[in-house]
Design a protein around this ligand. Structure first.
Ligand SMILES: [Zn+2]
Length: 163
């Protein structure tokens, strides 16, 4: 048994990290770029048969590390509006660095099936989610639209940091 993938989220909240975020994700990057560790260690998600694990992705928590960015509260997918707490570029860069560090530490390859956003879980892994659109928009890269464009961009950034 090993940790097989990293799933990237936003909290759909403010730039602050709250206790509920710490319950659901292994790491959360605040709006100021500070990384806060969750209550559960990544290893807690090796098994989800007990209650001690971070529940961040419906039916896809076993072997999955959850990294999130505190932002995008009150954002609207269509027509797109960032809301009052748009994802910041600095915050995004810290997330990329954290994902690269985790990928290296746990030997997780940078592939669409192993490092992916929450929005890619349904189309890529075939595990139905409830309308989750994190991350199909990156406010400072408005040219990237949709789960594939954003996911590919994130993977390229992670891979660039690792090499
Ligand atoms: Zn999510």
């Amino acid at each position: 048994m090993s940790l097989q993938r990293i799933i990237i989220h936003w909290t759909a909240g403010t730039y602050s990290v709250h206790d509920l975020d710490r319950e659901h994700y292994h790491f959360i990057v605040g709006g100021d770029g500070t990384v806060t560790a969750g209550i559960h260690k990544p290893e807690a998600n090796l098994s989800t048969r007990d209650a001690d694990y971070a529940a961040h992705t419906l039916h896809c928590n076993t072997g999955s590390i959850g990294v999130s960015m505190a932002c995008m509260g009150n954002a609207v997918e269509q027509p797109f509006s960032t809301g009052p707490w748009p994802m910041k570029e600095g915050q995004f860069k810290v997330m990329v660095a954290k994902v690269a560090e985790m990928a290296k530490h746990y030997g997780i390859p940078v592939l669409p099936t192993t490092i992916l956003t929450h929005a890619e879980v349904e189309p890529t892994l075939g595990i139905k989610q409830r309308g989750k659109w994190d991350i199909t928009r990156i406010p400072f890269r408005p040219d990237l639209v949709g789960h594939k464009a954003c996911g590919d961009f994130i993977r390229a950034e992670v891979a660039a940091l690792m090499h």
